[in-house]
Design a protein around this ligand. Structure first.
Ligand SMILES: [Zn+2]
Length: 339
């Protein structure tokens, strides 16, 4: 089968590698769409991926073959990730109490979804509802991240929410925060096409921090209070400090994006407001299921994130990673490999 193999030194090459066969409790999925995640781009950019690793964890596919003990699935079933692991395989236990995503996150060689076929344990797949399209299902993972972030936050019905950064995760945070009852969702984003998408998915107010002062605009929009909850979805140099400074007294900042470089903060500006900072990472199976359900009932709309140019070939993966490593160079919000 063909796969986009990480070779080291920020290089992905399309290669022919062996097509997997399922063991007794495994399935093989024919991957149809594999969306490119910011984390994969960071791993590539900072050369934190083991050579030989095939990245890709945002996918939709159909079951191609099943192992001899598999009774849950049949060939042709529509699946994505996010299945419920057996208790002994809890990811947090596997990853350990001192897990470091930068140095340990992508260092094991795995063959994932930038490939025509993917081997999975039978429990690891999740059925895609009929009303959810193939393309929508390929974004179930980033949607689950946003669901997880909102569910871990203190967000209450009627809250004012600031979302910094309107890439895919920020755009899904807008929609999940709204679904959870946020009243006033304010979005700060530099890129024009991302701001347009933010509007299209339901942002109440947009701020362009290039031409407007974020703090001044936020005070205008919140009667001088700031945001109850801030979702930091940008991971740009100044945005963590901006997020903390944007929270109201006893407000909360949820660090969703993952900065890979040191960032400076100025605690004296906001520390006296007793702000809570929490980090979130990944998602639980329940978050995946809620995400798929939100798509099904129309609370999440993926179409403002994608257009014809979003779909690329496996051979263009290296080029796409290069483009996405500097989002200011592109109007493309989401790229998806069509396999
Ligand atoms: Zn992802």
């Amino acid at each position: 089968m063909r796969a986009g193999v990480y070779k080291g030194n920020s290089l992905i090459q399309t290669e022919e590698i062996p097509t997997p066969n399922p063991g007794p409790n495994q399935i093989v999925v024919r991957v149809k769409y594999s969306a490119i995640c910011g984390s994969d781009v960071h791993g590539w950019q900072y050369d934190a991926v083991a050579p030989g690793h095939v990245l890709g964890h945002e996918f939709y596919g159909e079951i191609h073959s099943i192992g001899s003990n598999v009774s849950k699935w049949k060939i042709g079933d529509r699946v994505t990730g996010g299945g419920e692991p057996p208790p002994e395989l809890d990811r947090n236990l596997v990853r350990g109490p001192r897990f470091n995503f930068r140095t340990q996150g992508m260092t094991r060689v795995e063959i994932k979804a930038y490939a025509e076929y993917m081997l999975m344990e039978e429990w690891a797949a999740l059925e895609v509802p009929n009303a959810v399209s193939d393309e929508e299902a390929s974004l179930a993972e980033p949607i689950s991240i946003a669901v997880h972030a909102v569910r871990k936050s203190n967000l209450k019905l009627g809250d004012t929410v600031l979302i910094i950064g309107a890439g895919p995760i920020g755009l899904f945070c807008i929609q999940t925060a709204k679904a959870a009852g946020a009243r006033n969702v304010i979005v700060s984003e530099l890129n024009d096409s991302r701001r347009t998408a933010a509007k299209a998915v339901g942002a109440d107010h947009l701020i362009n921090p290039d031409s407007e002062n974020l703090d001044d605009r936020l005070m205008e929009l919140t009667e001088g209070k700031g945001a109850d909850i801030v979702f930091e979805c940008a991971a740009a140099k100044p945005t963590i400090d901006q997020a903390l400074d944007s929270a109201t007294r006893n407000g909360q900042v949820v660090l969703v994006a993952i900065p890979w470089t040191p960032v400076s903060i100025m605690p004296v500006n906001w520390q006296a407001r007793e702000i809570e900072l929490i980090t979130v990472f990944g998602a639980k199976p329940i978050d995946w299921r809620i995400g798929l359900e939100l798509i099904r009932i129309g609370k999440i709309n993926v179409s403002p994130l994608i257009n014809e140019a979003s779909f690329i070939q496996l051979d263009n993966l290296q080029e796409a990673f290069k483009t996405l490593s500097d989002p200011s160079t592109t109007d493309q919000i989401q790229m998806i490999v069509k396999l």
